[in-house]
Design a protein around this ligand. Structure first.
Ligand SMILES: *[C@@H]1O[C@H](CO)[C@@H](O)[C@H](O)[C@H]1NC(C)=O
Length: 386
């Protein structure tokens, strides 16, 4: 009896606790949890004839290139963005870092500092536009590596700063259509799967002003203008559908569902060159293989509870991480400053290009200069880059 009673008490306390975190106003993460109804991926096998063409594909640079999210090509040159913050050029047998918009960082876990180029697109003139999740949108010349910031992600749009600049496409007049999410959590998918607050935004090249075109999208991801620029499509990853926003015609300024119940989570889109769209699905989904977060879509309170719970669980870890970061920073200031290319993911990509100037040389330099300035290390690094 005593057992049952205490189990009952525990359950009541847990219930109360969950109710409090669900309904107490103002708790982070600060987000809207609107109700959605979507058509879920269903009997895909019946709708589509599945082919396994990609299974024979050749995997290139699997060790060097971490997390390429999107590709852009111009004049036969291929570029992508990788974890660690670099935009890289993919050559026949090597990966060449071109630019990084973020700061020096100690590792991939510092992604917000490193930066994370997600969307890449060339305009007609061969200028590369890059959407960096944390730093905004940049226009660059891939030959001179000179770049300018076009959308600064520290500037609010409609009262909220963009926190996950995702993909973009460039219109002929220079306008940029891009997708963003504004939540307390940046790229951590685990939280983002609970929200439907992604936006389609247009950067007006003439006025340099950003305008939100569509709100409350379920993880807006890839984006593409139609060939005649009469509409733009936005892939909604979480809801397995594609939204069409009309730019011309009688429905200009309105959006509608373009395709739904796709057999998976749409991520990226390219033109097939014939007016059609090639859509990549990041995960296969059908009624036999459901994607759990999709079942939460009709339950905003459940999503709210889960994301707040996750937040509470994460807080102590975050504090720990911040503390150890400080300690680490104190110890390794010298090495870090003089050794930018050695940290983060670029390490890998550099290894692919040149024989690295060996870790020994770098360690030696660091030892020699534990407390003094370590200029020599800097030089060594530079020469190894060439
Ligand atoms: C964005 O603006 C802030 C504040 O004005 C500035 O510190 C930052 O360097 C800018 N970011 C970029 C990428 O230019």
């Amino acid at each position: 009896m005593g057992y049952l009673k205490s189990i009952g008490t525990v359950i009541i306390y847990i219930g109360l606790f969950l109710a409090v975190i669900t309904f107490l106003p103002g708790l982070p993460p600060d987000a809207e949890y609107s109700e959605y109804s979507i058509k879920l991926p269903s009997d895909t096998q019946l709708q589509f004839e599945l082919k396994n063409r990609l299974q024979g594909a050749e995997v290139l640079f699997s060790e060097e290139v971490k997390g390429p999210e999107c590709f852009a090509s111009y004049n036969g040159e291929l570029y992508t963005g990788i974890r660690g913050g670099y935009v890289v050029k993919i050559e026949e047998n090597r990966i060449k870092p071109i630019v990084k918009f973020g700061q020096k960082c100690d590792g991939l876990w510092q992604e917000e500092k490193c930066g994370r180029p997600l969307g890449l697109k060339f305009n007609d003139k061969g200028e590369l536009f890059v959407a960096d999740a944390y730093y905004g949108i940049f226009k660059m010349n891939v030959n001179t590596r000179h770049y300018v910031n076009i959308v600064n992600s520290s500037e609010p749009i409609d009262g909220k700063v963009p926190k996950l600049v995702n993909f973009l496409d460039i219109a002929k007049n220079g306008d940029i259509y891009w997708t963003d999410s504004s939540t307390d959590f940046r790229i951590h998918l685990i939280y983002n799967i609970f929200f439907y607050i992604y936006k389609l935004i247009r950067y007006n090249a003439a006025t340099k002003h950003n305008e939100v075109l569509v709100r409350n999208l379920g993880f807006a991801n890839g984006i593409l203008l139609s060939d005649d620029e009469s509409f733009v499509i936005v892939l909604e990853c979480l809801t397995s559908r594609i939204i069409k926003y009309n730019l011309k015609g009688p429905r200009a300024g309105q959006h509608e569902v373009f395709a739904e119940a796709l057999p998976g989570l749409p991520d990226n889109v390219h033109s097939d060159g014939q007016g059609g769209f090639l859509v990549s699905l990041v995960l296969y989904v059908d009624s036999q293989h459901p994607f759990l977060p999709q079942s939460l879509i009709p339950h905003p309170y459940l999503r709210k509870m889960l994301s707040r719970l996750l937040y509470l669980i994460e807080v102590p870890f975050k504090l720990l991480q911040d503390n150890s970061k400080e300690i680490k920073n104190d110890n390794s200031k010298e090495i870090k400053r003089d050794n930018p290319a050695k940290s983060e993911a670029s390490k890998k990509s550099n290894e692919a290009i040149v024989k690295p100037k060996s870790d020994d040389a770098i360690k030696k330099g660091a030892q020699n200069t534990q407390s003094a300035k370590s200029k020599p290390v800097e030089k060594k690094e530079d020469s190894s880059k060439k």
